[in-house]
Design a protein. Structure first.
Length: 305
Protein backbone atom coordinates (compact mmCIF):
# COMPACT_ATOMS: atom_id res chain seq x y z
CA UNK A 1 0.00 0.00 0.00
CA UNK A 2 1.09 3.56 -0.72
CA UNK A 3 0.12 6.36 1.67
CA UNK A 4 0.97 9.99 2.29
CA UNK A 5 -0.85 10.72 5.56
CA UNK A 6 -2.65 9.10 8.47
CA UNK A 7 -3.68 6.09 6.39
CA UNK A 8 -7.22 5.42 7.62
CA UNK A 9 -8.00 3.35 4.52
CA UNK A 10 -4.66 1.60 4.94
CA UNK A 11 -5.74 0.69 8.48
CA UNK A 12 -9.07 -0.63 7.21
CA UNK A 13 -7.30 -2.83 4.65
CA UNK A 14 -4.73 -3.97 7.19
CA UNK A 15 -7.22 -5.03 9.86
CA UNK A 16 -9.47 -6.70 7.28
CA UNK A 17 -6.46 -8.76 6.18
CA UNK A 18 -6.34 -10.39 9.61
CA UNK A 19 -9.62 -12.25 8.99
CA UNK A 20 -8.94 -15.97 8.43
CA UNK A 21 -10.74 -15.98 5.07
CA UNK A 22 -9.13 -12.80 3.69
CA UNK A 23 -7.34 -13.64 0.39
CA UNK A 24 -4.70 -10.92 0.66
CA UNK A 25 -1.93 -9.96 3.06
CA UNK A 26 -0.12 -6.65 3.41
CA UNK A 27 3.58 -7.02 2.59
CA UNK A 28 4.57 -3.33 2.57
CA UNK A 29 3.29 0.13 3.45
CA UNK A 30 5.34 2.77 1.65
CA UNK A 31 5.14 6.55 1.70
CA UNK A 32 6.57 9.62 0.04
CA UNK A 33 6.24 11.39 3.41
CA UNK A 34 8.76 10.02 5.94
CA UNK A 35 6.75 11.19 8.97
CA UNK A 36 3.35 10.04 7.71
CA UNK A 37 1.36 8.90 10.79
CA UNK A 38 0.12 5.81 8.97
CA UNK A 39 3.65 4.40 8.93
CA UNK A 40 3.67 4.31 12.74
CA UNK A 41 0.41 2.36 12.81
CA UNK A 42 1.59 -0.12 10.17
CA UNK A 43 4.91 -0.71 11.92
CA UNK A 44 3.14 -1.24 15.25
CA UNK A 45 1.08 -4.00 13.59
CA UNK A 46 4.22 -5.71 12.30
CA UNK A 47 3.89 -4.63 8.66
CA UNK A 48 7.15 -3.71 6.86
CA UNK A 49 7.30 0.02 6.06
CA UNK A 50 9.38 2.16 3.71
CA UNK A 51 9.55 5.92 3.40
CA UNK A 52 11.49 8.33 1.25
CA UNK A 53 10.81 11.97 0.45
CA UNK A 54 10.26 12.63 -3.24
CA UNK A 55 11.75 16.13 -3.04
CA UNK A 56 14.32 16.75 -5.74
CA UNK A 57 13.55 13.57 -7.66
CA UNK A 58 11.85 13.25 -11.02
CA UNK A 59 8.54 11.41 -10.95
CA UNK A 60 9.76 8.34 -12.84
CA UNK A 61 12.95 8.20 -10.76
CA UNK A 62 11.03 8.24 -7.49
CA UNK A 63 8.52 5.67 -8.74
CA UNK A 64 11.42 3.38 -9.63
CA UNK A 65 12.55 3.50 -6.00
CA UNK A 66 9.05 2.60 -4.79
CA UNK A 67 8.74 -0.12 -7.42
CA UNK A 68 12.02 -1.68 -6.31
CA UNK A 69 10.71 -1.91 -2.74
CA UNK A 70 7.46 -3.45 -3.93
CA UNK A 71 9.38 -6.05 -5.91
CA UNK A 72 11.69 -6.77 -2.99
CA UNK A 73 8.70 -7.53 -0.79
CA UNK A 74 7.02 -9.69 -3.43
CA UNK A 75 4.01 -7.43 -3.89
CA UNK A 76 1.50 -8.52 -6.52
CA UNK A 77 -0.99 -5.63 -6.17
CA UNK A 78 -0.69 -1.97 -5.21
CA UNK A 79 -3.45 -0.24 -3.23
CA UNK A 80 -3.28 3.55 -3.06
CA UNK A 81 -4.66 4.75 0.27
CA UNK A 82 -4.42 8.51 0.44
CA UNK A 83 -1.30 8.62 -1.71
CA UNK A 84 -1.11 12.27 -2.72
CA UNK A 85 1.23 11.97 -5.65
CA UNK A 86 0.57 11.29 -9.31
CA UNK A 87 2.21 8.15 -10.63
CA UNK A 88 4.43 8.03 -13.71
CA UNK A 89 3.12 6.40 -16.88
CA UNK A 90 5.76 3.68 -16.64
CA UNK A 91 4.72 2.69 -13.12
CA UNK A 92 1.04 2.66 -14.10
CA UNK A 93 1.77 0.53 -17.17
CA UNK A 94 3.78 -2.01 -15.19
CA UNK A 95 1.07 -2.42 -12.56
CA UNK A 96 -1.86 -2.18 -14.99
CA UNK A 97 -4.84 -4.15 -13.70
CA UNK A 98 -3.14 -4.61 -10.33
CA UNK A 99 -3.07 -1.04 -8.99
CA UNK A 100 -6.22 0.40 -7.44
CA UNK A 101 -7.29 3.59 -5.74
CA UNK A 102 -10.21 4.88 -3.69
CA UNK A 103 -11.81 8.25 -4.41
CA UNK A 104 -14.39 10.08 -2.24
CA UNK A 105 -17.08 10.57 -4.90
CA UNK A 106 -19.29 8.57 -7.18
CA UNK A 107 -17.01 8.65 -10.20
CA UNK A 108 -17.05 9.86 -12.89
CA UNK A 109 -18.47 12.82 -10.93
CA UNK A 110 -16.12 15.16 -9.07
CA UNK A 111 -12.63 13.99 -9.95
CA UNK A 112 -9.60 15.53 -8.31
CA UNK A 113 -9.46 17.48 -5.05
CA UNK A 114 -12.02 19.39 -2.94
CA UNK A 115 -14.66 16.80 -3.71
CA UNK A 116 -17.01 17.40 -0.78
CA UNK A 117 -17.04 21.16 -1.36
CA UNK A 118 -17.98 20.49 -4.99
CA UNK A 119 -20.79 18.12 -3.98
CA UNK A 120 -22.27 20.71 -1.59
CA UNK A 121 -21.87 23.55 -4.09
CA UNK A 122 -23.78 21.51 -6.68
CA UNK A 123 -26.65 20.93 -4.25
CA UNK A 124 -26.47 17.17 -4.63
CA UNK A 125 -28.38 14.88 -2.27
CA UNK A 126 -26.24 11.79 -2.79
CA UNK A 127 -22.49 11.31 -2.94
CA UNK A 128 -20.30 8.34 -2.09
CA UNK A 129 -16.98 6.68 -2.82
CA UNK A 130 -15.46 4.65 -5.63
CA UNK A 131 -12.70 2.07 -5.92
CA UNK A 132 -11.19 1.99 -9.41
CA UNK A 133 -8.19 0.64 -11.27
CA UNK A 134 -5.45 3.19 -11.82
CA UNK A 135 -4.77 4.46 -15.34
CA UNK A 136 -2.62 7.39 -16.52
CA UNK A 137 -5.67 9.71 -16.46
CA UNK A 138 -6.56 11.11 -13.02
CA UNK A 139 -9.43 9.23 -11.29
CA UNK A 140 -10.42 7.70 -14.62
CA UNK A 141 -9.83 3.94 -14.45
CA UNK A 142 -12.42 1.15 -14.65
CA UNK A 143 -14.76 1.20 -11.64
CA UNK A 144 -14.56 -1.85 -9.36
CA UNK A 145 -17.08 -0.82 -6.71
CA UNK A 146 -19.07 2.07 -5.27
CA UNK A 147 -21.03 2.93 -2.11
CA UNK A 148 -23.64 5.69 -1.96
CA UNK A 149 -23.77 8.18 0.94
CA UNK A 150 -26.65 10.57 1.58
CA UNK A 151 -25.96 14.30 1.82
CA UNK A 152 -27.79 15.58 4.90
CA UNK A 153 -29.29 19.06 5.42
CA UNK A 154 -26.74 21.24 7.16
CA UNK A 155 -23.76 19.11 6.06
CA UNK A 156 -20.38 20.77 5.84
CA UNK A 157 -17.44 19.45 3.89
CA UNK A 158 -16.06 18.08 7.16
CA UNK A 159 -19.20 16.25 8.31
CA UNK A 160 -19.74 14.82 4.84
CA UNK A 161 -16.12 13.68 4.64
CA UNK A 162 -16.49 11.84 7.95
CA UNK A 163 -19.41 9.75 6.70
CA UNK A 164 -17.81 9.08 3.33
CA UNK A 165 -14.78 7.80 5.21
CA UNK A 166 -16.96 5.22 6.97
CA UNK A 167 -18.18 4.04 3.58
CA UNK A 168 -14.65 3.90 2.19
CA UNK A 169 -13.50 1.67 5.04
CA UNK A 170 -16.29 -0.80 4.26
CA UNK A 171 -15.85 -0.76 0.49
CA UNK A 172 -12.08 -0.89 -0.02
CA UNK A 173 -11.29 -4.20 1.76
CA UNK A 174 -14.14 -5.98 -0.02
CA UNK A 175 -13.10 -4.77 -3.47
CA UNK A 176 -9.43 -5.57 -2.91
CA UNK A 177 -10.35 -9.05 -1.71
CA UNK A 178 -12.50 -9.60 -4.81
CA UNK A 179 -9.70 -8.41 -7.11
CA UNK A 180 -7.10 -10.64 -5.47
CA UNK A 181 -9.42 -13.65 -5.53
CA UNK A 182 -10.23 -13.11 -9.20
CA UNK A 183 -6.51 -13.01 -10.02
CA UNK A 184 -6.35 -16.75 -9.41
CA UNK A 185 -8.76 -17.49 -12.24
CA UNK A 186 -7.73 -18.63 -15.72
CA UNK A 187 -9.21 -15.49 -17.26
CA UNK A 188 -7.08 -13.36 -14.96
CA UNK A 189 -3.94 -15.32 -15.88
CA UNK A 190 -4.65 -14.70 -19.55
CA UNK A 191 -5.12 -10.97 -18.94
CA UNK A 192 -1.82 -10.84 -17.07
CA UNK A 193 0.02 -12.71 -19.83
CA UNK A 194 -1.65 -10.49 -22.43
CA UNK A 195 -0.63 -7.28 -20.66
CA UNK A 196 2.99 -8.45 -20.41
CA UNK A 197 3.16 -9.73 -23.99
CA UNK A 198 1.52 -6.70 -25.61
CA UNK A 199 3.78 -4.33 -23.66
CA UNK A 200 6.67 -5.58 -25.81
CA UNK A 201 7.48 -3.49 -28.92
CA UNK A 202 5.12 -4.07 -31.87
CA UNK A 203 3.58 -7.13 -30.25
CA UNK A 204 0.12 -8.16 -31.45
CA UNK A 205 -2.35 -10.93 -30.69
CA UNK A 206 -4.50 -13.31 -32.68
CA UNK A 207 -6.02 -16.75 -32.22
CA UNK A 208 -3.73 -19.51 -33.52
CA UNK A 209 -3.98 -23.28 -33.11
CA UNK A 210 -7.03 -22.62 -30.93
CA UNK A 211 -5.07 -20.53 -28.41
CA UNK A 212 -4.42 -16.80 -27.93
CA UNK A 213 -1.09 -16.26 -29.67
CA UNK A 214 1.29 -13.30 -29.53
CA UNK A 215 3.52 -12.32 -32.41
CA UNK A 216 5.81 -9.49 -33.48
CA UNK A 217 4.54 -7.34 -36.31
CA UNK A 218 6.65 -8.35 -39.29
CA UNK A 219 8.01 -11.34 -37.36
CA UNK A 220 6.85 -14.59 -35.86
CA UNK A 221 4.82 -15.88 -32.93
CA UNK A 222 6.72 -15.72 -29.66
CA UNK A 223 4.15 -17.02 -27.16
CA UNK A 224 0.85 -18.82 -26.75
CA UNK A 225 -1.54 -18.99 -23.82
CA UNK A 226 -2.46 -22.67 -23.66
CA UNK A 227 -5.60 -23.84 -21.88
CA UNK A 228 -6.34 -27.60 -21.97
CA UNK A 229 -4.36 -27.82 -25.21
CA UNK A 230 -4.97 -31.20 -26.87
CA UNK A 231 -6.97 -32.21 -23.77
CA UNK A 232 -3.98 -32.15 -21.42
CA UNK A 233 -5.92 -30.29 -18.69
CA UNK A 234 -3.02 -27.84 -18.22
CA UNK A 235 -3.01 -24.03 -18.27
CA UNK A 236 0.39 -22.81 -19.39
CA UNK A 237 2.50 -20.30 -21.28
CA UNK A 238 4.27 -21.68 -24.35
CA UNK A 239 7.48 -19.90 -25.35
CA UNK A 240 10.57 -20.61 -27.42
CA UNK A 241 13.56 -22.32 -25.84
CA UNK A 242 16.84 -22.33 -27.74
CA UNK A 243 16.12 -25.86 -28.96
CA UNK A 244 15.23 -29.36 -27.86
CA UNK A 245 18.43 -29.63 -25.81
CA UNK A 246 17.55 -26.71 -23.57
CA UNK A 247 13.96 -27.91 -23.50
CA UNK A 248 15.08 -31.28 -22.15
CA UNK A 249 17.41 -29.65 -19.63
CA UNK A 250 14.66 -27.41 -18.25
CA UNK A 251 12.24 -30.30 -17.90
CA UNK A 252 14.89 -32.38 -16.17
CA UNK A 253 15.65 -29.53 -13.73
CA UNK A 254 12.02 -28.79 -12.85
CA UNK A 255 9.55 -31.32 -14.27
CA UNK A 256 6.66 -29.85 -12.28
CA UNK A 257 7.01 -26.40 -13.84
CA UNK A 258 8.22 -27.20 -17.39
CA UNK A 259 6.86 -29.65 -19.94
CA UNK A 260 7.15 -30.56 -23.62
CA UNK A 261 3.96 -29.28 -25.26
CA UNK A 262 2.15 -31.30 -27.88
CA UNK A 263 2.63 -30.07 -31.47
CA UNK A 264 5.07 -27.29 -30.41
CA UNK A 265 7.52 -29.51 -28.53
CA UNK A 266 9.44 -30.95 -31.49
CA UNK A 267 10.29 -27.39 -32.57
CA UNK A 268 11.91 -26.62 -29.23
CA UNK A 269 9.07 -24.75 -27.57
CA UNK A 270 8.74 -25.14 -23.80
CA UNK A 271 5.59 -25.14 -21.69
CA UNK A 272 5.57 -23.23 -18.39
CA UNK A 273 2.69 -24.21 -16.13
CA UNK A 274 0.56 -21.43 -14.67
CA UNK A 275 -1.84 -23.64 -12.71
CA UNK A 276 0.44 -24.71 -9.87
CA UNK A 277 -0.23 -21.72 -7.57
CA UNK A 278 2.05 -18.78 -6.67
CA UNK A 279 2.92 -17.84 -10.26
CA UNK A 280 6.33 -16.18 -10.56
CA UNK A 281 5.28 -13.37 -12.89
CA UNK A 282 8.81 -11.97 -13.14
CA UNK A 283 9.91 -15.37 -14.47
CA UNK A 284 7.02 -15.29 -16.98
CA UNK A 285 7.96 -11.77 -18.04
CA UNK A 286 11.61 -12.77 -18.54
CA UNK A 287 10.61 -15.71 -20.76
CA UNK A 288 8.24 -13.56 -22.80
CA UNK A 289 10.98 -11.00 -23.38
CA UNK A 290 13.51 -13.65 -24.35
CA UNK A 291 11.09 -15.38 -26.71
CA UNK A 292 10.12 -12.02 -28.22
CA UNK A 293 13.80 -11.24 -28.96
CA UNK A 294 14.21 -14.62 -30.65
CA UNK A 295 11.21 -13.91 -32.88
CA UNK A 296 11.52 -10.19 -33.62
CA UNK A 297 13.06 -8.74 -36.81
CA UNK A 298 16.63 -7.51 -36.42
CA UNK A 299 15.50 -3.86 -36.44
CA UNK A 300 13.62 -4.54 -33.19
CA UNK A 301 15.57 -7.33 -31.48
CA UNK A 302 18.43 -5.02 -30.53
CA UNK A 303 16.18 -2.48 -28.79
CA UNK A 304 17.19 -1.90 -25.14
CA UNK A 305 14.36 -2.41 -22.64
Amino acid sequence: MLISGRGSNMAALLYASQAPDCPYEIVLVASNVPDAPGLVLAAAEGVPVFARAHTGMKRAEFDAVIDAELERRGAEFVALAGYMRLLSDGFVAKWAGRCLNIHPSLLPAHKGLDVHEAVLAAGETVTGCTVHLVTPALDDGPILGQVRVAVLPGDTAETLADRVHYAEHQLYPRVLADLVSAADSTAAWLERVRSLALALPEAEEKLSHGSPGFFVRGGKFFAYFSRDHHGDGITALLVKASGVEEQAMLIDQDPDLYFRPAYFGPSGWIGIRLDLGDIDWRHVEDWLTRSWRDSAPKRLASLPF
